[in-house]
Design a protein around this ligand. Structure first.
Ligand SMILES: Cc1cc2nc3c(=O)[nH]c(=O)nc-3n(C[C@H](O)[C@H](O)[C@H](O)COP(=O)(O)OP(=O)(O)OC[C@H]3O[C@@H](n4cnc5c(N)ncnc54)[C@H](O)[C@@H]3O)c2cc1C
Ligand code: FES
Length: 265
C-alpha cells in the first residue's frame, strides 16, 4: 500500500555529529509501516528536483514516524532546518520489510545511515519481547547516540576505538559468535554503507549464516519506473534469463535482499 500524506513536523533534533532525528505526524503511514520500509520525501514545497529523497523509517509511535539522517547535500540540509508544525509531503511506506523475526536469534547490524532501519527493528523486537543482539558501528564516538551495553546485548563499535569495541561491526559480530551459540540458529539483519554490506555479506556466506541486508542504493523515481536502482541478481545462467530475472529493483523488490541472492551489495 502506497500512501501520499501531508505530514506535520513534530520535532527535529541533532542527536549526534551531523545526524538528525525528525519526528513527523503521519497517521496513515504510521498505521501500516513495518521495520525495513522507507518513505520518499519532498524536502520543501519549493523543491525543484523531480526526485524525492528516500529515507528509511527509523521508528513509529502512535501517529508519529521518525527518520534519522545525515546531511550530505541540499535535500538533507533543508530537512535539518525543518521547524515544528512545518508541512512535509511524503509517500510511503515503500519497499519490503524484515520478516521471519522469530525463526532464529536475530543479530542486528547497523552502520552509517543504516542505523535508522536497524533501530526501528531493534525497538520493534524489544516491544514484542523477541531476544536479539544489536551491533551499531561508526567511525568515532561522536556519531553514536545510544549506549554500549553488552549486558543488554547492545554493542557499539568504532573505527578509532573511542567507544565500545575497537573495529567494525564485523568485530562486534565476532564478539557475539565467540560466545557458545549455534551459528545455524542465528539470522543477520543488516543495513549500512556499501563497504560494510560487502563485508557482512562475505562473513555471512563464509560462515553459513542466513543474512538479510537492506540496501540504500541511489534512487530516482522510487517506485519501479526509471530502473535507476537496479542490482544484479545471482542467477545460474545469465543468458537464459530475462532482464527482470537478472536484475532486481531496490525500490520495488527491496530494499531488503537475502545476501546470497544479489551479486553486489
Ligand atoms: C531506501 C533508502 C533509504 C535511505 N535511508 C536513509 C536514512 O535513513 N538516513 C539517511 O541519512 N540517508 C538515507 N538514505 C540516503 C539518502 O536518501 C540520501 O543521503 C539523500 O537522498 C541525499 O539527498 P541530498 O539532496 O541531501 O543529497 P544530494 O545532493 O542528492 O547528494 C549529495 C551527496 O550524497 C550522495 N548520495 C545521495 N544519495 C545517496 C545514497 N542513497 N547513498 C549514498 N550516497 C548518496 C550523492 O552521490 C552526493 O555525493 C537512504 C537511501 C535509500 C535509497
Ligand atoms: S528508483 Fe526508479 S526504478 Fe527504482
Amino acid at each position: 500500500m502506497m500512501i501520499q500524506e501531508i505530514t506535520i513536523v513534530s520535532t527535529v533534533n541533532e542527536i549526534a555529529e551531523n545526524t538528525y532525528q525528525a519526528k513527523l505526524i503521519a497517521p496513515k503511514i504510521a498505521s501500516v509501516c513495518k521495520p525495513g520500509q522507507f518513505i520518499n520525501i519532498l524536502p520543501s514545497e519549493t523543491w525543484k528536483s523531480v526526485m524525492r529523497r528516500p529515507m528509511s523509517i527509523a521508528g513509529q509511535n502512535g501517529d508519529e514516524i521518525q527518520i534519522i539522517f545525515k546531511v550530505v547535500g541540499k535535500g538533507t540540509q533543508i530537512m535539518s532546518r525543518w521547524k515544528s508544525n512545518d508541512k512535509v509531503d511524503i509517500i510511503g511506506p515503500l519497499g519490503n520489510f524484515w520478516s521471519g523475526l522469530e525463526d532464529k536469534l536475530p543479530i542486528l547490524l547497523g552502520g552509517g545511515v543504516g542505523i535508522a532501519p536497524i533501530l526501528y527493528l531493534h525497538n520493534f523486537l524489544n516491544e514484542n519481547s523477541i531476544s536479539h543482539y544489536l551491533v551499531m558501528g561508526a567511525k568515532t564516538k561522536c556519531e553514536h547516540f545510544i549506549c554500549h551495553n553488552p549486558e543488554d546485548r547492545v554493542l557499539l563499535t568504532t573505527d578509532d576505538g573511542s567507544i565500545g569495541i575497537h573495529g567494525t561491526v564485523i568485530d562486534g559480530l565476532k564478539n557475539i559468535l565467540y560466545q557458545p551459540k549455534d551459528i545455524a540458529e542465528m539470522k543477520i539483519f543488516a543495513c549500512g554503507p556499501p563497504m560494510m554490506n560487502k563485508f557482512v555479506k562475505r562473513f555471512a556466506i563464509e560462515n553459513d549464516i542466513e543474512c538479510y541486508i537492506a540496501l540504500e542504493t541511489l534512487m530516482a523515481c522510487g517506485f519501479g519506473n526509471c530502473q535507476g536502482c537496479a542490482v544484479e541478481r545471482n542467477v545460474d545462467n545469465k543468458t537464459d534469463h530475462s532482464y527482470r530475472q537478472k536484475y532486481a529493483l531496490v525500490c520495488k523488490d527491496g530494499p531488503i535482499f537475502n545476501a546470497k541472492d544479489i551479486v553486489k551489495c
